[in-house]
Design a protein. Structure first.
Lengths: 156, 83
C-alpha cells in the first residue's frame, strides 16, 4: 500500500514501518530525516517547518507512487512533519519494503531526493544567537521560478 | 469581464508581503504572468515578489503563461526546502 501524509504531531517511526512489509518481502528499510544542531557552521537550536499542506499531501502521494513504480511493488509509506521541531526531532520518515534490498534502498532514496526537489515545504532555522532564517531551497521543476533567491534575501 | 483568484503566499513570501492570501481581480484571459504583474504593480510590499516566481495553480505546478479562471488558487512557491 501507498501511504503519504503531512502531519503536525510527532512522527512515530515504528508505526510507519508497520505500514509496509509483506510475506514476500525480505527487506524493509526506514529512513529518518532528523533536525541537527548546526547548519553551514552555525549552531542551530531548532527548526520551523511550514507547508502548503493540501498540495504537499498530493505531491507526497505522487512521489510515493512513483517510487512504488520503480520498486515494482506498492509498499511505500512516507510522512512529513510541520511546525516547530527541536534538535533530534524527526522531520520526515520513509518506510519501504520489497523482496530484495536493492529496490528498497533505491525507492527510499528516490522519495527523499524528490521531496527535496518539489515538496512545497519550507524550513526556518533558529540559530542559538536568537536569529532565524529561511533555508535556501530548490526551485521546483515545472515552474518558471529561477534559481536566484535574491528577492527573498533579508527575510527573517 | 473580470474574475477573481485567490493568491496564496508561503514561508519567505508570506513574511515579505505580510499576508498568507489575498483576493485579486483580473481581466478575462489573464495568465499567471498577468497576476504577478498586477501584484508587483501595486508597489510595496508586493514589488519584492520575483518577476517569474514558481507558482502552483490549484495545487499543481504551473508556468507563467497558464490562463487563469474564476476562483483559481494561485500559490507563490518560494524555493522548496523539505526533508
Amino acid at each position: 500500500m501507498i501511504y503519504a501524509s503531512v502531519v503536525e504531531g510527532v512522527i512515530e517511526p515504528t508505526e510507519l514501518l508497520a505500514r509496509v512489509g509483506d510475506r514476500a518481502d525480505g527487506a524493509a528499510i526506514l529512513f529518518l530525516g532528523v533536525v541537527r544542531d548546526h547548519a553551514d557552521g552555525r549552531p542551530v537550536d531548532g527548526m520551523r517547518y511550514d507547508a502548503y499542506v493540501e498540495m504537499a499531501e498530493g505531491v507526497l502521494s505522487q512521489i510515493a507512487s512513483e517510487a512504488a513504480e520503480r520498486l515494482g511493488t506498492d509498499r511505500v509509506a512516507v510522512v512529513h512533519r510541520t511546525g516547530e521541531l527541536e534538535i533530534g526531532d524527526v522531520s520526515v520518515a520513509i518506510a519501504v519494503s520489497s523482496p530484495h534490498r536493492a529496490e528498497a534502498y533505491d525507492a527510499s532514496r528516490y522519495v527523499i531526493e524528490e521531496i527535496k526537489k518539489r515538496l512545497p515545504v519550507w524550513k526556518k532555522e533558529h540559530y542559538t544567537d536568537g536569529t532565524a532564517e529561511w533555508v535556501e531551497g530548490t526551485v521546483p521543476p515545472g515552474t518558471a521560478g529561477r534559481a536566484s533567491t535574491n528577492a527573498v534575501e533579508g527575510a527573517s | 469581464m473580470t474574475f477573481t483568484v485567490n493568491a496564496l503566499f508561503f514561508a519567505a513570501y508570506r513574511d515579505l508581503v505580510g499576508t498568507g492570501s489575498i483576493s485579486v481581480e483580473l481581466r478575462e484571459g489573464a495568465t499567471v504572468s498577468d497576476l504577478v504583474g498586477e501584484l508587483r504593480g501595486r508597489g510595496a510590499p508586493f514589488d519584492v515578489l520575483p518577476e517569474e516566481p514558481a507558482v502552483a495553480v490549484n495545487q499543481t505546478y504551473a508556468f507563467m503563461d497558464e490562463v487563469l479562471g474564476s476562483d483559481d488558487e494561485v500559490a507563490f512557491i518560494p524555493p522548496v526546502a523539505g526533508g
